[in-house]
Write a protein of this length. Structure first.
Length: 207
């Protein structure tokens, strides 16, 4: 299967479909829902790769390395998917490589936990705010895990390949499976909390 079609399918399943479910559970006007469903994926396009790569940058500097070049935004409008990157220097130890490679996924786990905490509260009645927060804290990290896991399974020599070379296959796949489970659990948990009300969405339960 063409890699671009595969990633497009991942975007539809992991990012777009949960957003559709979220907005269908509310009773916002159709125009509002369509506007959110058009604008939020655009925000995702513009933030996903920069957040991922800047996390690598942060991890690189945390372990004492330095970044000598980077590309933060793939040219999605030209059919580029996942071609953002950084080039680092000064990382000579395996533990440094491990932290630098794993830093985005550490951020992802934290984001999922924060997302479940925030979105289980009635923090906003604005559909765009709710949708953007849901995307940034839940769907973005979920896509990170799904996309990278499928790429790794397909033979891609990316982050998970580098992590596997340091900690081994069993630990790597255990972390991947747990992370995917957390992604599914957080998405379903958040969606179940939202029920329709007059022109807004309320929260069923508060912690």
């Amino acid at each position: 299967m063409n890699n671009q079609f595969l990633i497009t399918g991942e975007i539809l399943v992991v990012v777009v479909m949960p957003l559709i479910v979220l907005f269908l559970r509310g009773t916002w006007p159709l125009r509002t829902m369509i506007g959110c469903l058009v604008s939020i994926p655009i925000v995702w396009y513009l933030t996903y790769a920069p957040i991922h790569e800047l996390s690598h940058v942060a991890g690189t500097y945390v372990v004492g390395g330095k970044v000598i070049s980077m590309k933060l935004i793939p040219r999605f409008w030209m059919g580029e998917f996942g071609r953002a990157w950084i080039t680092s220097d000064g990382i000579t130890h395996r533990w440094q490589q491990l932290i630098s490679s794993a830093f985005p996924y550490i951020l992802d786990v934290i984001s999922l936990a924060v997302g479940m905490f925030v979105l289980r509260r009635d923090f906003s009645k604005n559909p765009l705010v709710i949708g953007v927060v849901f995307m940034l804290l839940c769907l973005r990290p979920s896509f990170d895990f799904v996309c990278e896991a499928i790429a790794f399974l397909s033979g891609d020599r990316g982050d998970f390949y580098a992590i596997q070379g340091i900690v081994g296959t069993l630990v790597t796949w255990t972390c991947i499976i747990v992370s995917l489970g957390l992604s599914i659990f957080s998405t379903l948990t958040i969606l179940k909390r939202f029920v329709g009300s007059q022109e807004t969405v309320s929260v069923e339960a508060k912690m």
